[in-house]
Design a protein around this ligand. Structure first.
Ligand code: SAH
Length: 345
């Protein structure tokens, strides 16, 4: 028996070559590629512009893997969390977040995570494997469909802020974005995509070299090394000065500002020295700051800071000419908010 290969790991050129080598016209490769990506076919039988025998031949050689939305939860604020089953039975989560003007998909890039942010539920899961480009793409397609059903409009934005560290699955994440933005995929604008990283300097530089058109966000949470290491222990290997270096490199190459994500916790980073350090860090390259609400993961060490502390952050940043947004959490009642994705279902 032939061991069937995963057809969605093939590029269009590889598919063209496969057809040529098997005595068919190369353009069959284009047709199949279109069925797989643009039209989202799940079976070869759907590919009606191929002859029956070609379809049967394909079926003998290839499998078409697809994610399956196994379980869907809808929050009272309209946020939807999907538990997504992969072809090997592993599960990741992705979230649809509607606002009056946009629908954002928050997608996962890895099963579990190898980083160890103390405040994040995903960090409690072992990293099992990287997601393939098609597995990331499929999460986006599923959320686009949900947005059309529930919000009467297509998906508008994508954030790589689900499970995993996207820069630790670099090639597959970039390939998925190619498909999402490509004419033969979803044709979305890269300007509406944000990749969020915990900050891996070497990979930020690599990304800069690749000159992406999408946005970069960095989960900062503290601009003081000792504190950042306390809450994000890998900061020991990738200290703030190295990240700063990579950000300068990023800005030189791309001319694009970075967004810092920042949670303020009671007794951890809610003092004046913390804000002052952040203000200084913001001088490295043009940036903006998103203050995000802490979503509890039942760890007594972490508690959302007071409104007063948040006001101090907002005022101080603004006084220093730094753009700052204070974000409200969505989907908390279904554990769909940032840092809560942990396959609890
Ligand atoms: N690994 C990437 C992307 C996944 S985390 C990164 O670190 O950026 C997405 C965002 O959620 C990050 O900014 C992360 O710091 C934040 N986050 C994690 N746990 C959280 C929690 N419990 N409450 C609020 N935000 C959290």
């Amino acid at each position: 028996m032939i061991k069937k290969r995963d057809i969605r790991s093939y590029t269009k050129e590889e598919l063209r070559k496969f057809f040529e080598e098997n005595g068919e016209k190369a353009f069959r490769g284009n047709q199949v590629y279109e069925w797989l990506w643009k039209k989202g076919a799940h079976t070869f039988d759907e590919m009606t512009n191929l002859s029956k025998s070609t379809r049967a031949f394909m079926d003998e050689h290839f499998i078409i893997n697809h994610i399956k939305v196994d379980h869907m939860q809808r929050s009272n604020d309209g946020t939807i969390k999907n538990a997504v089953k992969l072809h090997d039975g592993l599960v990741v989560e992705s979230v649809m977040i509607p606002t009056p003007t946009r629908t954002t998909a928050c997608v996962s890039s890895q099963v579990g995570c190898s980083l160890n942010c103390e405040f994040c539920a995903t960090a409690r899961l072992k990293r099992m494997r990287n997601l393939n480009p098609d597995e990331i793409y499929d999460q986006v397609v599923a959320i686009d469909k949900q947005s059309r059903i529930y919000n009467n409009r297509p998906l508008s934005n994508i954030v790589f802020m689900g499970m995993g560290e996207p820069l630790m699955n670099y090639n597959n994440v970039l390939k998925s974005i190619e498909k999402i933005t490509g004419d033969e995929g979803l044709g979305m604008s890269p300007k509406r995509i944000t990749l969020s990283t915990s900050g891996i300097p070497k990979m930020i530089k690599k990304l800069a070299d690749d000159q992406p058109k999408f946005n970069l966000a960095l989960s900062l949470h503290s601009a003081i090394d000792e504190k950042r290491t306390q809450i994000m222990p890998f900061n020991e290997q990738f200290p703030l000065a190295d990240i700063a270096d990579s950000l300068k490199y990023w800005y030189n190459k791309t001319g694009t500002k970075v967004t810092y994500e920042y949670v303020v916790w009671k007794g951890i980073n809610d003092q004046k020295e913390d804000v002052d350090a952040l203000v200084n860090y913001c001088k490295i390259i043009p940036c903006k700051v998103n203050i995000i609400e802490y979503n509890s993961i039942d760890d007594p060490r972490f508690e959302q800071a007071s409104q007063q502390a948040l006001n101090m952050y907002e005022k101080t940043l603004e006084a220093n000419g730094i753009v700052v947004n204070v974000r409200r959490s969505r989907g908390k009642d279904i554990d769909a908010a940032c840092g809560q994705l942990a396959n609890k279902e």
